[in-house]
Design a protein. Structure first.
Lengths: 471, 209
C-alpha cells in the first residue's frame, strides 16, 4: 500500500466497480441527491427502460429550485412549478425514495440539507443533478454535478462512467484579514486560476486558512469549484468535520463504538503528508481582499478597492470577452467598482445561505437601514437554518433594518421561482453566478460578493467595503 | 444498444465567443418542465432576442448565428473555449439537439457539458486554436459548405482543410460502438456493484473488517 496517496485517490479507489479498457471507471455513488428540476425526465427514461431504482435507500430528494419564497402554500401559484413538485412527490412515492418536502420541516437547498442532516460524510462519493454538488466536498467527499441522463444512470445502477481527473492542491497560507470571508477566498482563487483553469482537475483546498475555517466556510469554498472549471473540490476531513457530524440525523449514532469507528475511518482518508498531486498552487491569505465580481463570469473579479482593468491589462484572447462584459454591465475600463449604485441585494443560495452567513450579514445589517430604493431578499438555505435564525432573532434584525425575510429555497440565485431581477437592475448577490440573465431578467446584472458585503451594499445603496461598517 | 455514430456531416454554424454558459444556452425559466420536449425553440432565446433588437434599433449588427439564414439547417455548431460552462442542466444540450445540432466543435468544453452530450450521442470535438480560427473564417466565408466530422479518425474536413481534432477516448469508443447510453453498460457489472457497495465502511455500519 503506497503511503503517498491523496484523499481523492483513496476515495476513488474504494468506489471503483471496474475499469473500462478506454481508461474510464465505473464508479459507485454512495449518496445520490435529487431535486425537482433535473430528475423528472430521468424517472421517465427509467420507466421507458422498465428498470427499477437499484438502491432507493441511497437517494434522497428535496424541492428547492422552484419553491416560492413568499409562501410555500400548495398548490403553488405557478402551475408549471406545481407540476414539477407533484412529479417529484409521485416519483419518490413510487420508488421508495425519502423526500424532504416543505411539510417535513427539513426542506431546503439540496446542498444545504445534505450536510445539515449528516447525509454527507467523509469518504463518500456524492452525485446530484446540479453543478454545485462540489459543495459536499467540504467533508472530504468526492462530490460532482451530473446531468439528467446520468441521474437516470445512478437511479438504475447507483453508478456512473467517469474519467478520473487530475488533482490540484490549492494551499492558502497564513490567515485572512478582518472582513474577509470564505466567499472572498473562492472568488480570489477563481480570479487567479481562471474560470476554465480547473477543467480536468479536482481541487484539494488546503493550508492554514482552510484548516482554520468552520465547516460552513469550507462548504462555501467547495461550492464554487465548478465556477473555476473544477467539477470536484474538497477539503480534508479533520476533527472539525467529525464534531460537525456528531449527533446529526443521518450520521452514525453520536455515542458509542460505531461513531468512533466511523471517525477512525474518516481520519484515515485525508491526504497523506507526502501525497502526490498533479499540480500545486499556493496563495497567501493576506493578499485576499473583500472581493467583488464586475463582469459576466465569476473570474471577472476585483478587490473592492481596485479599479476595473484597462484593455491593455487584459490578455489578447480575453479581449473580446472583456469588452462584451463591460458593455453588458454598463461599466467603463479603469473605473472603480467601489460606489457602484445597486438596485437589489440578495442574501442566500447554496453558496451563502447557511446560519453563519446570516449571522455575518446580520452583524452588518444591525448597523443601519436599507438605503431608499434598494429591494432586498434574505433567503435562508433551509427550514432548519430559518428556524435557527429566527430563534436567534436574526429575522428581526433584518426586518428592522428594512430587509425582506423570506422562506427557504434557491430563490434569486437562478430565478426559477418568482424572485427575479427586473430590467437592467444591478444586484449585489451572495450567490455564485453573474452570468448574463442568470437572475431572471435577460438584461439584469449581478455583482457577486460575500453576504456581509451584500448587507453593506444594501445599507449604503452602493458597493461598499464592509470593513468600513464593521469598524 | 444505441445508434452507432461514425460521422456527423452537414452545414456548420459559427457561434463566436468564449465561456458561453448553459444559462445563456437555455435560460432557467425554460427549466420549468417535466419533459425536454419543446426546448429546441428556446435555445439561446435571450441572446437571440437581444441580437434581433439590436438589428431593429440600429441595423448595424448582424443576426444571432442561430437566426442567420446562411447557417439554416446546420448540424454542427462551432464554438470558442469553455463552451457549456456553469449549470449542469442537460436541458442545454437537449435544446441544441432539438434545434438540429448533432456535434459541437470548439477550442474547449466544460466537463459536465461534455458528459451530458456524450450521454445523448453528441460529440464535443476540440480543435487547436489556429485550426479553429481558420475553420470559423472558412465557414463564415462559405457557409453553404458541407463539413465532415469523422469520429473514427478524429478529423474534421472543411474548405479550411483536414484538421485533427480531439475527442475523449471513452466518448469516441462509446459513439463508435453505440454504447453512449451508459445505463446498459453500467448494468453489465452485475453483482460487482453490490460487492463494491458492501465493502464501503459507511454502507456496512462501519463494522470492523
Amino acid at each position: 500500500m503506497s503511503s503517498q496517496r491523496n484523499l481523492f485517490d483513496k476515495v476513488w479507489e474504494a468506489h471503483t466497480v471496474r475499469e473500462f479498457p478506454d481508461g474510464q471507471s465505473q464508479l459507485f455513488v454512495g449518496l445520490h441527491l435529487i431535486h425537482e428540476v433535473t430528475s423528472p425526465q430521468a424517472f421517465a427514461m427509467l420507466r421507458e427502460m422498465e428498470l427499477p431504482v437499484r438502491f432507493p435507500e441511497r437517494t434522497f430528494a428535496t424541492v428547492d429550485h422552484i419553491v416560492p419564497t413568499d409562501s410555500q402554500q400548495r398548490p403553488l401559484e405557478d402551475a408549471l412549478g406545481e407540476e414539477m413538485m407533484a412529479a417529484l412527490e409521485a416519483n419518490c412515492r413510487e420508488h421508495g425514495i425519502k423526500l424532504f418536502d416543505p411539510a417535513s420541516g427539513k426542506q431546503g437547498i439540496v446542498h444545504v440539507i445534505g450536510p445539515e442532516l449528516g447525509l454527507t460524510q467523509p469518504g463518500m462519493t456524492v452525485a446530484c443533478g446540479d453543478s454545485h454538488t462540489s459543495t459536499h466536498g467540504a467533508f472530504g467527499a468526492i462530490a460532482f454535478g451530473i446531468g439528467t441522463s446520468q441521474v437516470r444512470d445512478v437511479l438504475a445502477t447507483q453508478c456512473l462512467t467517469l474519467a478520473k481527473p487530475r488533482v490540484r492542491r490549492i494551499e492558502i497560507g497564513g490567515a485572512l484579514g478582518g472582513g474577509v470571508y470564505a466567499k472572498d477566498v473562492i472568488l480570489h482563487i477563481i480570479r487567479r486560476l481562471g474560470v476554465k483553469g480547473g477543467v480536468g482537475y479536482a481541487y484539494e483546498y488546503a493550508g492554514p486558512v482552510i484548516e482554520a475555517m468552520s465547516m460552513e466556510e469550507r462548504l462555501t469554498v467547495c461550492n464554487m469549484s465548478i465556477e473555476g472549471g473544477a467539477r470536484v473540490g474538497y477539503a480534508n476531513p479533520d476533527e472539525r468535520s467529525i464534531e460537525y457530524l456528531r449527533g446529526r440525523a443521518f450520521a452514525p449514532p453520536p455515542e458509542g463504538a460505531t461513531f468512533e469507528r466511523a471517525a477512525t475511518w474518516w481520519r484515515s482518508l485525508k491526504s497523506d503528508a507526502d501525497a502526490d498531486f498533479d499540480d500545486r498552487v499556493s496563495f497567501p491569505g493576506a493578499e485576499i481582499e473583500p472581493t467583488v465580481t464586475w463582469g459576466i463570469n465569476p473570474g471577472q473579479a476585483l478587490g473592492v478597492n481596485e479599479a476595473l482593468p484597462l484593455p491593455a491589462d487584459v490578455p489578447d484572447e480575453e479581449r473580446s470577452g472583456f469588452s462584451e462584459a463591460l458593455s453588458f454591465m454598463g461599466f467603463h475600463a479603469g473605473e472603480p467598482i467601489l460606489g457602484a449604485k445597486i438596485d437589489v441585494a440578495f442574501i442566500g443560495s447554496c453558496t451563502n445561505g447557511r446560519i453563519s452567513d446570516l449571522r455575518e450579514a446580520a452583524k452588518v445589517a444591525r448597523t443601519g437601514q436599507v438605503a431608499p430604493g434598494v429591494r432586498t431578499l434574505v433567503v435562508p438555505g433551509s427550514q432548519a437554518v430559518a428556524r435557527e435564525a429566527e430563534a436567534e432573532g436574526l429575522d428581526e434584525i433584518f426586518r428592522s433594518a428594512g430587509f425582506e425575510w423570506r422562506e427557504p429555497g434557491c430563490s434569486m440565485c437562478l430565478a426559477m421561482n418568482p424572485d427575479k431581477l427586473r430590467g437592467r437592475e444591478l444586484s449585489a448577490s451572495s450567490s455564485n453566478r453573474n452570468f448574463k440573465g442568470r437572475q431572471g431578467s435577460p438584461t439584469g446584472r449581478t455583482l457577486l460578493m460575500s453576504p456581509a458585503m451584500v448587507a453593506a451594499a444594501a445599507l449604503r445603496g452602493r458597493v461598499t467595503d464592509v470593513r468600513e461598517l464593521l469598524g | 444498444m444505441s445508434e452507432r455514430i461514425r460521422r456527423v456531416e452537414g452545414r456548420a454554424c459559427v457561434l463566436r465567443g468564449n465561456d458561453i454558459d448553459t444559462d445563456r444556452i437555455i435560460p432557467a425559466r425554460f427549466l420549468r418542465c417535466v419533459t425536454f420536449d419543446g426546448l429546441g425553440a428556446h435555445a439561446f432565446e435571450d441572446d437571440r432576442k437581444q441580437a434581433a433588437a439590436a438589428v431593429a434599433a440600429a441595423g448595424v449588427k448582424s443576426d444571432h448565428p442561430l437566426d442567420d439564414p446562411r447557417f439554416a439547417g446546420a448540424r454542427l455548431l462551432v464554438v470558442g473555449a469553455n463552451f457549456g460552462c456553469g449549470s449542469s442542466r442537460e436541458h442545454a444540450p437537449q435544446s441544441l439537439m432539438r434545434a438540429g445540432f448533432r456535434a459541437f466543435i470548439g477550442e474547449s468544453f466544460a466537463e459536465i457539458f461534455v458528459g451530458n452530450c456524450s450521454a445523448l450521442g453528441l460529440p464535443c470535438a476540440t480543435l487547436e486554436p489556429g485550426d479553429l480560427a481558420a475553420l470559423m473564417d472558412a465557414l463564415e466565408g462559405n457557409p453553404a459548405q458541407q463539413v465532415v466530422l469523422d469520429i473514427g479518425h478524429c478529423t474534421l474536413r472543411s474548405s479550411a482543410g483536414l484538421h485533427n481534432c480531439g475527442l475523449r477516448d471513452g466518448v469516441r469508443a462509446a459513439l463508435l460502438e453505440g454504447n453512449w447510453n451508459a445505463t446498459r453498460v453500467l448494468l453489465e457489472a452485475g453483482p460487482a456493484i453490490e460487492r463494491t457497495a458492501n465493502a464501503l465502511p459507511y454502507l456496512a455500519n462501519f463494522a470492523r473488517r
